[in-house]
Design a binder for this molecule. Structure first.
Ligand SMILES: [Zn+2]
Ligand SMILES: [Zn+2]
Length: 135
């Protein structure tokens, strides 16, 4: 197999794994998933391909301030992030903020949008409740 073919095979596999989950994995988590199917792949390759796919708009990169997470769904959709454990979920809202046209965006051509809500996930709020003052 030629190098170019091998590269695109790796990228395909990374994309396939990412699109198969909704948990918005970090590059490290995705590496563990991909490695099960392609044991020779390196973490650097996974990182590089994720960055490439994100910059091409094929996937979304979610910058969380810590480790970046990746999303196989590149359609605009809001996220909710747990400030305690860091997990990111999709929010299925009935109304999402509109994409402004060029006039209302002051001449900017809008190519993406990052809507992130944050709070405590159900598991973490349960833990907090148990830890908190007894009621
Ligand atoms: Zn949590
Ligand atoms: Zn998402």
């Amino acid at each position: 197999m030629k190098v170019g073919q091998r590269r695109s095979k790796q990228r395909e596999l990374i994309l396939e794994e990412l699109k198969g989950v909704t948990c918005h994995p970090t590059a490290d988590e995705l590496y563990e998933m991909v490695r099960k199917r392609m044991p020779n792949i390196s973490l650097g390759t996974v990182y590089r391909n994720l960055e490439l796919l994100a910059s091409n708009g094929v996937i979304l990169k979610i910058e969380t301030g810590g480790k970046n997470r990746f999303d196989g769904n590149s359609e605009m959709h809001p996220h909710v992030r747990c400030t305690c454990c860091g997990k990111v979920d999709d929010l299925h809202l009935e109304v999402v903020p509109p994409v402004p046209d060029r006039q209302s965006s002051q001449g900017y051509e809008i190519i993406g949008c990052n809507i992130e809500y944050f709070g405590l996930c159900p598991e973490c709020s349960k833990i907090k409740e148990n830890e908190g003052p007894t009621h």
